[in-house]
Ligand binder design. Structure first.
Ligand code: CAO
Length: 437
């Protein structure tokens, strides 16, 4: 047995952040990455995960207490083999920025992209108005929203009648047992409004099954992806780029890249081409305002890159790509995706993205439809390039063709603009000299 002090890890630029929920009691056994408490600033709500498994002892924080990086939260008693190597104060994994709140004006800060960094506006489209008489953290609001529960029907049992996760669950239980009427959003209406629930089936009737808990990242990304999918009217435009010359150029850089200690894949070239396309089509570098009546155009070029990690998908952001050279971008991409795989990204690493790229080109596939990473309005999906016969006007030539797709928010981008963007992107990837013009 070993007793480890657990102090608040680096949570980005937040100071004196209030504790709004304590999710465990002394004596509780917790698993690694299980949320211990929720912090809420005017910008974000963060759940602070346990850095390792053990039994919670000596909780040192109270509800509504304001805490800072380094403050003692509790002690965790671990069995000898579960204890982390010889450190008394163990750094925790980066906390999950669950929900980002709007900045003062006029647009919700893209506080985080895909999950770890599950970013949605604190006042989501179907959230209650600010005059609502009930209180709930953004994570509870998001949870209720995903289940189709209207919070005005839920009785809060937390401090100052704050609605907590268990209150939402108690409400659903009451609905299922017929003690309360089903809320509108849960009712399957004949007119097709509302989201019909998926049937809950006991699969053991068909054969042997096993329940496997989703990772924390998957739970968070699931909520975020559902919100993006339900709130954004998506269109996906498909195209392909002739990257034969890009590939020749990349091959010619191989020795220099190796000398510089970077791995040069097609992705940094794609990022540079995307930035040029965003400059030419500023509506793709935008976010919808909270009132849905205007958009905010961004004059900076931060590109989120979806990274496949053992625990799920995360989207760290490479900042100011327009100001960086190919080697710097490749280096940063390798560094940030390694940190993503090691679970060492902070909320700051995943905040402030303008446009995301999901590259499955290293794996395979011919095309796919990526989900827009709100509050962004467009996302690029890249598939595996392959040699194909291309008609040059007089004969077929073998060319290296890379399929790609762009999904976009149809409220912000029209179809004609969508196809102009993909056409231009294909042109830029086909002839990188175009970036200089
Ligand atoms: N066509 C053909 N080959 C490609 C390619 C493409 N479009 N893109 C990359 N490759 C090649 C690379 O050149 C590399 O080959 P070599 O080692 O021979 O040079 C190989 O595929 C592997 O590349 P990579 O995946 O390691 O590197 P990357 O820069 O292309 O991508 C990263 C980096 C972090 C984006 C990637 O590793 C990753 O995680 N991709 C998955 C993203 C994902 O899961 N998206 C789904 C989101 S929706 O659920």
């Amino acid at each position: 047995m070993a007793m480890q002090k657990f102090t608040l890890p680096d949570i980005g630029n937040y100071k004196d952040i209030p504790v709004i929920e304590i999710l465990v009691n002394e004596g509780d056994r917790v698993e690694k990455d299980q949320s211990l408490l929720t912090l809420e600033s005017d910008k974000a709500t963060m759940e602070i995960p346990a850095p390792f498994a053990g039994v919670v002892r000596n909780i040192q924080v109270k509800l509504e207490q304001r805490i800072n990086q380094g403050d003692l939260i509790c002690e965790i008693e671990t069995s000898a083999d579960a204890a982390p190597a010889a450190k008394v104060e163990t750094p925790a994994p980066a906390p999950a920025a669950v929900v980002a709140a709007p900045q003062a004006a006029p647009m919700p800060a893209p506080a985080a992209n895909i999950p770890l960094a599950s970013a949605t506006s604190e006042k989501p489209i179907n959230a209650p108005s600010s005059g609502a008489k009930y209180h709930a953290s953004p994570s509870v609001r998001a949870y209720a929203r995903n289940l189709g529960v209207e919070l005005q029907h839920v009785v809060g049992t937390g401090p100052k009648n704050r609605i907590q996760t268990n209150d939402v669950e108690a409400y659903i239980k009451a609905v299922m047992q017929g003690e309360k009427p089903a809320p509108k959003a849960l009712a399957v209406s004949m007119t097709g409004s509302g989201i019909p629930p998926v049937p809950n089936i006991d699969f053991t009737q068909f054969g042997e099954v096993e329940r496997v808990e989703l990772s924390r990242i998957k739970k968070l990304s699931g909520k975020h992806l559902t919100a993006c999918w339900l709130n954004i009217p998506h269109v996906t435009q498909f195209d392909e780029a002739d990257i034969s010359e890009l590939e020749d150029f990349r091959a010619s850089l191989k020795a220099r890249a190796e000398k510089a200690g970077v791995k040069m894949t097609p992705l940094p070239f794609v990022m540079m081409a995307v930035v040029q396309a965003l400059k030419e089509f500023p509506h793709f570098n935008a976010s919808m305002c909270a009132d849905n009546n205007a958009i905010v155009l961004k004059k900076y070029f931060n590109i989120g890159v979806a990274v496949d990690t053992p625990n799920g998908l995360v989207v760290p952001v490479v900042r100011d790509v327009d100001k960086k050279g190919l080697f710097d971008i490749a280096r940063e991409l390798a560094e940030i995706s390694q940190r993503a795989r090691d679970g060492k990204l902070s909320p700051t690493d995943m905040s402030g993205g303008c446009f995301s790229i999901s590259s499955l080109g290293g794996i395979g596939g011919t095309q796919f439809t990526p989900i827009v990473n709100a509050p962004e309005v467009a996302i690029l999906g890249i598939s595996k390039a392959k040699m194909a016969p291309v008609w040059n006007g007089s004969s077929f030539e073998p060319r290296l063709m890379m399929p790609f797709s762009v999904s976009y928010d149809h409220r912000v981008i029209d179809g004609a603009q969508g196809v102009r963007f993909t056409t231009r992107l294909a042109q830029l990837l086909g002839d990188l000299r175009e970036i200089l013009i």
